[in-house]
Design a protein. Structure first.
Length: 534
């Protein structure tokens, strides 16, 4: 019997959203790296010559600061940050550890742009150094924070490491200065610290916690980097200080400043995608190769664009070999290793969608929904005592169905609800837990009368699908009623929905939010929505 026992076991997920973020990262990173390289080499005719990295940074970081603040405001995410009252006004305020993570991110932001401007290294080689180091850091951090690393993540990480070693062997196509070495070292050290902080504070199924981390880190990182550049410009000495001063003064009136601002805007876009990829609840050894693969492929694309547009050298054979291996690594991270799972979901979706569509008119009203229930198309949620998780799921399920079929949830016939619940070991007649009721009210879900009941063979025969809160519940249902095996599955096939009993109202609210998200996914899979007939 499989019982979830660790944080990593509960948090496994196979959603595809991270792939969309990877594509977004690619679309931002390719022009960012290519444009940064073109500026540093003086390839753009309009700029009148090369732009040193220290000159480029201030304007690009200023654009980054503005872009990130506008993005967070437009998304309405400031509410997720911690707040303190300053002179009687509530203002967003980071926690101590997110402030430290923001310092690390500021270091990463500065070194990322700077390293592309060093002479003697190509875009692809720079990416191999940066991403190769991060790939090695990933499993180390997972082991330090106690996250489970799955086989396909180990496989992708191993293949990516081989790709890095092959590219590093291409010694004839690069040279490293002391400044470049120190920049790369600062970048990797910052990521090593950041990943540990992020893994402890976020990377969970609680999106509020993830967004709080995102906002608090971002509100520190880019403004801090800009302040540091200003300070170094007017207090520092040597070539770097001269470059920063130039970037903050005469460079702002040059023809190249537009491109520097564009570099900052592109970096803001890739920074959003990067952070959200890293905040995915899967282990770092999954998320980091996903990020590294996207950036490596973006680097290859940027290199060829510079070759075609400006006659710059093409990536060497070892570099292309490394990129090819990165593609293989990404295949290990893709849904291909869950092909049977997705095929089963597709078959279920097609079959159930057709059955529901047969009874759905242009806009299904309560009477039509009643015919669905009367035909046995009822969805059953199962937990242990039927006083918390399963009644929460049933209440959410009924509210979601009412919304999808455009009817008031109050109009549902309480004797013929389309979503019902039961338990494995129940004190019959027990009411829904008080905190469970309060959690539903806080989420705006109507609380209907509830009386706990045991799962029976008759009930299992009447329903279309049985959704269990844990794998142990699923095994118990199948053990009791073997004939129901085909229609019994976990509400989250990738992890248990843990019991919040005794953990306080906040835990119940988080549990209800997770169940709401999962219910929507399961209903989408079976095509549960009103159909418009032609």
């Amino acid at each position: 019997m499989k019982i979830a026992n660790s944080m990593s076991g509960r948090q496994r997920t196979y959603g595809l959203g991270i792939w969309a973020l990877g594509l977004g990262y690619f679309l931002f990173y390719a022009p960012y790296s290519g444009l940064t390289r073109a500026l540093s080499r003086g390839l753009l005719p309009a700029i009148g010559g090369p732009v040193n990295g220290t000159v480029l940074l201030p304007a690009s970081v200023a654009a980054l600061v503005v872009a990130m603040l506008v993005f967070i405001t437009a998304m309405g995410w400031w509410k997720f940050a911690g707040h303190r009252r300053v002179f009687g006004i509530s203002v967003p305020f980071p926690r101590r550890l997110t402030f430290l993570s923001g310092v690390c991110l500021a270091t990463i932001m500065g070194t990322t742009t700077l390293v592309f401007t060093f002479a003697g290294v190509s875009i692809v080689f720079v990416l191999v150094l940066l991403r190769g180091g991060v790939l090695i850091i990933a499993p180390a951090v997972d082991l330090l924070v106690g996250r489970r690393v799955r086989w396909f993540s180990w496989s992708a990480m191993s293949i990516s490491t081989v790709a890095v070693l092959i590219t590093l062997g291409d010694a004839a196509n690069y040279s490293l200065s002391l400044g470049a070495i120190l920049t790369v070292a600062a970048y990797l050290l910052a990521y090593f610290i950041k990943f540990q902080l992020m893994s402890k504070m976020a990377k969970t199924e609680d999106q509020d916690a993830n967004l709080r981390y995102f906002v608090e880190e971002q509100m520190v990182a880019s403004p801090l980097l800009l302040l540091a550049l200003v300070a170094m410009a007017f207090v520092g000495f040597g070539e770097p200080a001269i470059g920063f001063r130039t970037g903050l003064t005469t460079f702002l009136a040059s023809d190249a400043v537009f491109f520097a601002l564009l570099v900052g805007l592109l970096y803001a876009g890739l920074c959003v995608c990067t952070t959200l990829i890293f905040l995915d609840r899967r282990e770092n050894t999954f998320c980091i190769p996903m990020h590294c693969g996207s950036s490596m492929l973006a680097g290859i694309a940027a290199s060829y664009a510079l070759n075609i547009g400006f006659g710059q050298p093409q990536p060497s054979a070892p570099q292309l070999t490394g990129a090819g291996l990165i593609i293989v690594a990404l295949a290990f991270l893709s849904p291909l290793h869950h092909l049977r799972r997705f095929a089963a979901r597709l078959r279920s979706w097609i079959g159930l969608r057709n059955r529901f569509a047969n009874v759905a008119p242009a806009r299904m009203k309560a009477e039509s929904l009643g015919s669905v229930v009367g035909s046995g198309r009822v969805l059953l949620f199962v937990c242990s005592g039927n006083t918390c998780r399963s009644p929460i799921a049933a209440a959410i399920g009924n509210a979601e169905i009412a919304s999808r079929f455009h009817i008031p949830v109050e109009s549902l016939d309480s004797a013929k609800l389309p979503a019902v619940s039961a338990g494995i070991s129940v004190t019959v007649g027990s009411p829904m837990n008080h905190d469970a009721q309060e959690a539903l009210r806080l989420l705006g879900i109507p609380v209907m009368p509830h009386s706990a009941r045991n799962l029976t063979v008759e009930l299992a025969q009447e329903v279309e699908r049985i959704y269990c809160m844990t794998e142990a519940h699923r095994n118990a249902v199948i053990g009791m009623i073997p004939a129901a095996a085909a229609k019994t599955q976990c509400l989250d096939p990738n992890g248990d929905v843990e019991d919040p009993l005794g953990s306080g109202l906040a835990a119940y609210v988080n549990c209800a939010r997770r169940i709401h998200s999962l219910v929507r996914i399961r209903f989408d899979e079976i095509g549960l929505q009103a159909q418009t007939q032609s």
